[in-house]
Each structure stands twice: as C-alpha cells, then as structure tokens.
Design a protein around this ligand. Structure first.
Ligand code: GLA
Length: 417
C-alpha cells in the first residue's frame, strides 16, 4: 500500500518534471547560453529575449496541480554527533579604509568567497584578508562528497569543521557546497553497483548525515548543482541515471528534514542571463515549488570572462522573475577570465572591474539578491589556470593579495549606493 503510494507519487513527479520541461522547450530562446566552466565564452546574448520572460499565465507548468512530496526517508549515519563550535568573538576588523564586508552590511548583503583550510593554515595574510573583507565563506572542496564521505562508512568532517570554526570565529556566514553533484565523487559511489532502492538510501543517508552534522551552522546549502543542460532540459547526470528526475525533489526534502533552518538552493552556471538554460532552471524551480518541494533559492555561479558576461538587462530580468517566485538569489562562484582577450593588461583589468561592478550592481537592485561570492580569494588560489592550462587573473586580488581594480570598483559601488 505504502509502496504503491510512493510509486504513484514518484510517477506523478516524473510526469510533472517531464511536462514542465516539455512545456518550456518551445518557449526557448534561440541563442547560446553563457559559458560552462572551462569552455570559451559564448557570444553575449541579445537583449530582445527579455520579452520572453514568462509571465504568471504563460509560465510553463503554471497550471500543474500541487502534489505532496512523500519520499522514503532515512536516518543520518550512526555515531555522528552534532558538531559543536567553541564560541568566539565576531570581529568587525578596524582598518583605515572600510572593508567590503562593512560596506556590504549596509546593503544587507553577504560578500563571500570560496576557500580551503589548507590555504588558511599556510597563508596567514590570506586568512587575515578573508576575515577582514568577507562576511561569508564557502568551502571550495571540503564538503564535496569525495572529501567528506570518502568511504561508505566513513565521513571526514575535519576540513569542513575547520572552515565552519573559522567562520564562526570571524563572524562570517557559511554556504554549504554541495550535496548532489556528479563531479568530485568518491570511487565507491561512481563505481558502485546498487539497486535503485539502495541508491536512494545512499543519497538520503549522505545528505542527512552531512546536513545534520552542520545543522544550525550553515546559512544556505547548494542542494543540487548543475542539473540542467544548456538547452534547458535536465542533464543526464549520475543521479538522474540512478534515480530519475525525482532525485531533485527528494534531495531538497531530505535536506530540509535534516536542517529546517538552512536555506536550500539550486545552483548552476550559464543560466544567469536569459537563454534556454535559464528558462529550464526557471521552469524547474517553479515546478519544484508548485509540487511543495522545499526550495528557497537559486545560485548563479557566474564563471565568466571578458566579453562573455550576461548583459545586465538580462541578468536583472532573470533575477527579478526568480525573486517574484519568492526565491533568494546568490551570485555563488564569480570569476572573470582575462585569457581570451588580446588587450593590454591595464585595459583587461579595467574591463574586468566593470563586469564585477555591473553584476554586483544588478544584485543590489534586486531585493532578493542576498549574497555575492567569488570562487577564490586571490588569483593565487583560482582554479582557472589549472583548468585551462593558461595563466589568468580572474579574481578581486592579485597573487600577492593586492587589491585589483575589480576590488576598488566593488568598494566604490557599495560605498556610493
Ligand atoms: C563548479 C562547482 C564548483 C567548482 C567550480 C570550479 O562551478 O560548482 O564546486 O568546482 O565548478 O572549479
């Protein structure tokens, strides 16, 4: 009886997601999306697509009946005690110039970056910079599956705990990253041979164990990362293969059960402007909301490059329509590659500053855009040179932690708006 009920609910959710995506495809905009990490930037999209922002009446899936989610659940792995953090003094670092975090506070904005305890232990200047300038951090790898859950029965919270402790000591919030993604997973998962029921238990136990370990310590979790293709359809990810599209709804449900106060996000790249991908993301999150799935926000990664950033008018329209669904929006992983430009260095840095300023400016103009994070503290710690095999300087500070024009552009905007 219970089983047949679960099967029926699963089927109706597959049907809903299928209908949603099918319904959204004809409305797709016929132009390329933004760049995927590591791929040369797409041509900037034209602004004519703005008119195609769905209205409430024409939104794909708007008429679908709400359905309750009722998935099989699980308990966190035994022996995991809730993490306790020693209380520490939050600091508003006094400096001669106001820091980004001090200025951001006036805008009710989190300003953050990705980092790892390894960097902080070996580079005291970097950790001072992090604490002085940012009021949010996100673990670059420490909470990814291959690090935090390397073997079926073994979790390693040490790196995540170190970052959460650092954040607490310096009055910073933490974004949790990431629960469901098909990269940076351990071999026991990627090579695993399990039944569908077992995969469900594996994913459920992972999510519940990690989220409950950090219960009360995480402002927002990236629950599902990169599940949508450039054309707006659902990607054929590892978890899609194992569990079908309803794994997305399940993941949000399990995360909510494990920490009712953490905000739960869908996070992706290339759907920042208006394009088929952002249409697909919009339809997905709206469909999740309509079927009662607990989703609170959308993360826009914003890995971009000179000439590749989404037009501000599109970014603004996209954020606005998500905000109108009541969702919070975060810029989650911004960096701006210079390597595809042939201009001189000074010009490149000035153009990079403009892009950072423009994206932040849109964020400040949309009331539900609450966080702005870069993917790395300084150019020394950027993933881009390793990934592309070419030197680059995509962040706010150079390799030595010296602020670049992009930093000053952000400070200026935060101070003057
Ligand atoms: C994606 C992921 C991040 C990180 C970056 C770049 O955007 O969400 O965790 O891996 O790529 O490395």
């Amino acid at each position: 009886m219970v089983e047949s009920c679960i099967v029926k609910i699963s089927r109706s959710i597959i049907l809903c997601l299928g209908l949603l995506l099918a319904a959204c495809l004809p409305a797709r905009l016929a132009k390329p999306g933004a760049a995927t990490p590591g791929v040369a930037p797409a041509t900037p999209a034209s602004t004519s697509a703005i008119q195609e922002t769905p209205t409430a009446a024409s939104t794909p899936g708007a008429n679908l009946p709400p359905a309750r989610t009722n998935f099989p659940s699980c308990e966190p792995a035994a022996g995991l005690l809730p993490f306790k953090i020693a209380s520490a003094q939050a600091i508003e670092k006094p400096t001669d110039a106001p820091s980004m975090r001090l200025l951001a506070k006036q805008h009710d904005l989190f300003i953050g970056t990705a980092t790892d305890p390894g960097y902080l232990q070996n580079d005291s200047a970097a950790s001072q910079l992090l604490a002085r300038e940012f009021n949010m951090l996100v673990p670059e790898v420490a909470m990814k599956w291959e690090i935090i859950h390397p073997e079926p029965e073994r979790y390693d919270f040490s790196r995540g705990d170190a970052l959460v402790t650092f954040a607490r000591q310096h009055g910073m919030a933490v974004r949790g990253h990431v629960l469901v993604w098909d990269l940076q997973m351990p071999a026991w998962v990627t090579n695993g041979q399990f039944t569908r029921q077992e995969w469900m238990q594996i994913l459920c136990t992972h999510i519940k164990s990690v989220v409950s370990h950090y219960r009360g310590q995480i402002y927002a979790w990236d629950v599902v990362n990169e599940a949508v293709n450039q054309d707006g359809t659902l990607r054929n990810t590892f978890w899609m293969n194992k569990l079908g599209p309803e794994h997305i709804a399940m993941a949000f449900q399990w995360a909510r059960e494990a920490d009712p106060n953490a905000k739960l996000f869908y996070n992706d790249n290339g759907g920042e402007g208006l394009n088929p991908k952002s249409q697909g993301i919009y339809a997905l999150v709206q469909g999740l909301q309509q079927t009662g799935v607990p989703i609170d926000g959308v993360g826009m990664q914003m890995h971009t490059s000179l000439g590749g950033a989404p037009p501000a008018i599109e970014l603004s329209a996209n954020m606005q329509r998500l905000a109108e669904l009541g969702l919070e929006i975060h810029i989650t992983e911004m960096d701006v590659r210079l390597q595809y430009s042939t201009s001189d260095n000074e010009t490149k840095l000035a153009q990079q500053a403009d892009i950072y300023q423009q994206v932040l400016s849109v964020c400040l103009s949309v009331h539900n855009c609450k966080a702005f994070l870069t993917w790395g503290l300084t150019d020394r710690y950027s993933w881009i040179p390793g990934f592309t095999g070419k030197p680059d300087a995509p962040l706010l500070y150079d390799k030595d932690g010296v602020p670049k024009p992009a930093y000053f552009a952000i400070v200026k905007l935060l101070a003057n708006q």
